[in-house]
Design a protein around this ligand. Sequence first.
Ligand code: ADP
Length: 160
Amino acid sequence: MAHALYPGSFDPVTFGHIDVIRRASALFDSITVAVLNNGAKSPLFSVDERVNMLGDVCRDIPNIKVDSFSGLTADYVKSNGYNVIIRGLRAVTDFEYELQMAQTNRKLAPEADTVFLTTSLEYAYLSSTTVKEVAYFGGDISKFVPKEIEKLIFDKYKKK
Ligand code: ADP
């Protein structure tokens, strides 16, 4: 059985992430999408908000669970028995960092293999950072995130 973990910041979840999750759900027996609680970053959304957003937009995808974790991905992988780590690749610029991380995780948690899903071309340019930049200046983000996430992003900037 292949139990896959898709870790990331998801701050916020975009159509690019959802596309990776949907395709991965057809490949593996189960998928856990997990929000990494990374103290080094200052996110727009709290971990709980991000978990709720993911739960919402993935509600029709079978065999998926949403969770969060702190610390090393390798430790979380080990303690939950995952044997696949999913990451998405958009461009060469992602590659170097992702390769290094995959190799590090292989040393720390040899029981899991990192599997890369290449982005669907229509989302190759899309990142959470760009979405936040466009939203900050009041631009149209409807092509980047689902309707319900769009509202939450603009609400957040109104409050800030
Ligand atoms: P992280 O901070 O861990 O990079 P992200 O939420 O930015 O978290 O991304 C999580 C994963 O999803 C990463 O592997 C990233 O490369 C991938 N990803 C992000 N956006 C896209 C996209 N548009 N298409 C495919 N993969 C993506």
